[in-house]
Design a protein around this ligand. Structure first.
Ligand SMILES: [Zn+2]
Length: 301
């Protein structure tokens, strides 16, 4: 009888331990935020990502399975600055979960935590119909990412005070390793300072800002507008005078336009992972920057 009680107590204790772990359900809009939330939240968070590295985060379908995930979420972690404007508000409306609406502690926008680039002087949709609130691709500057990580760690602690010490400890560990990596990357990237690159879409502005790289053209005539052959021809003429180092595109973009321009100019086209999961071996934010630098350094003559 005594033994049975012990077993019952043990089972109860195991149940309690299990429920005190994975305290927060996190819904990340993009893989970079899923990765950061996992790093900072450890086994106290259960993270799902709405998109993969092979999906264009500006445009995804608001599928019923995503609505169900938003309904269960305690925290939404998204890029913000209107990156998800085409699909996230619809998910939030359909999910009917008041905890994760804008302005609530359960809603976290990375772009709100940092100094944003590319904020237009006036709202002018003739500049393209996206990026009207500034450039939303904020995760590609590791300095800004560090600021975002601190804010996200604080948010986890606020939402789940029981585990606050755990989140702070994990953040301290991340922060230290990240600072070391940042120094390493900065040294490694020295040959890229002042390099000139052509992009597919303006999703590298923060990375360029970090390293002092110059964007000399975009395959999209304006952010979000489709690539046209007329625009490619114009680009070719402009680039001939001073050819850039490379034409870059990401895992979620079609390589066609970059390869076409590469063919007619001889400038190399390079695919970059853009986010976690965007290339083999890119399993977290550290390997994302490692691989991006590696691929860019490889094209330096
Ligand atoms: Zn964009």
């Amino acid at each position: 009888m005594r033994l049975n009680y012990r077993i019952i107590l043990l089972v109860l204790a195991m149940g309690l331990t299990k429920s005190s772990l994975a305290a927060l359900n996190v819904f990340a809009c993009e893989p970079e935020w899923a990765s950061l939330a996992e790093t900072l939240g450890g086994d106290r968070v259960k993270v799902v990502s709405a998109t993969t590295a092979y999906q264009d985060p500006h445009r995804i379908e608001a599928r019923p399975s995503l609505i169900a995930k938003v309904r269960r979420a305690d925290l939404l972690v998204c890029s913000g600055a209107e990156l998800e404007i085409g699909w996230l508000p619809m998910l939030q409306r359909q999910a009917g979960n008041p905890k994760v609406l804008r302005g609530q502690p359960g809603y976290f926008e990375a772009a709100d935590q940092i100094e944003r680039l590319g904020i237009p002087d006036s709202l002018d949709r003739s500049m393209g119909d996206i990026h009207a609130s500034g450039n939303p691709h904020v995760h590609l500057d590791p300095r800004r990412l560090s600021t975002i990580a601190t804010a996200l760690s604080d948010r986890l602690a606020n939402l789940d005070p029981t585990n606050a010490d755990y989140y702070r400890k994990r953040h301290d560990e991340f922060s230290q390793t990240w600072e070391e990596a940042l120094q390493r990357w900065k040294t490694r990237a020295l040959p890229l300072v002042g390099a000139r690159l052509v992009v597919h879409h303006q999703d590298w502005e923060y990375f360029f800002d970090w390293l002092g790289i110059i964007r000399v053209g975009s395959l999209e005539p304006k952010p979000g507008l489709p690539v046209s052959s007329g625009h490619i021809v114009k680009l070719k003429k402009r680039l001939q005078q001073e050819p850039p180092l490379a034409i870059i595109y990401t895992a979620y973009q079609s390589p066609r336009a970059a390869k076409r321009l590469s063919q007619i100019t001889g400038i190399p086209a390079v695919e970059l992972p853009y986010t976690v999961g965007g290339a083999e071996g890119v399993v977290d934010l550290f390997t994302l920057f490692d691989e991006t630098l590696k691929r860019l350094l490889e094209v330096i003559p």
